[in-house]
Design a protein around this ligand. Structure first.
Ligand code: THU
Length: 163
């Protein structure tokens, strides 16, 4: 029996001003789109903005439903919209942020497991990594260069023996 360790890499920035200009813009777009999230049940408003390799930005936000599991997270709303409208264009980066009506978010958002798996699909689809920029309303910004740093041991197509 071997005990093994897995290391992930991430970067932390004290504020968004430290990010590269195009990533600041991406985060700004993610923040803007939190305003139109439909979150009457949780009052937790999430925004996601994707930058495609052609420079286009696609945004999405969480859409809740009275039958709770029928709702969808911001990350999947945005990434599936990108897949629908620009199926040939790889995704380069994704900014995700949130705000709440009931408390102040001072920590970077931590995406749910299902969204991590959905993002992983697009890294596999385009065979390219997606930089992920995570922010709260205020506080530090956390950045990973690939979903594999947020979802080690992810379920991959190889396991279906289809590729
Ligand atoms: N939510 C997201 O949109 N993304 C996440 O990564 C975590 C959670 C949404 C789902 C639901 O509308 C609300 O936040 C509370 O869970």
């Amino acid at each position: 029996m071997d005990k093994k360790k897995l290391t992930i890499e991430f970067w932390e920035y004290a504020s968004e001003n430290e990010l590269a200009e195009n990533d600041q813009e991406l985060l700004k777009r993610a923040k803007q789109i939190t305003d139109t999230a439909y979150a009457p049940y949780s009052q937790f408003y999430v925004g996601a903005a994707l930058r495609l390799k052609n420079g286009k930005i696609i945004t999405g936000n969480n859409q809740e439903n009275v039958a709770y599991p029928s709702g969808l997270c911001a990350e999947r709303v945005a990434i599936y919209a990108a897949g629908a409208h620009y199926p040939e264009v790889p995704i380069e980066a994704m900014a995700i942020t949130c705000k709440s009506k009931t408390f102040h978010v001072n920590e970077p958002l931590s995406p749910c497991g299902a969204c991590r798996q959905a993002i992983a699909e697009y890294e596999m689809r385009y065979k390219t990594n997606i930089k992920i920029i995570l922010a709260g309303e205020t506080g530090k910004i956390r950045v990973v260069n690939s979903i594999s740093d947020l979802l080690p041991f992810m379920f991959k197509a190889e396991e279906l023996k289809k590729v």
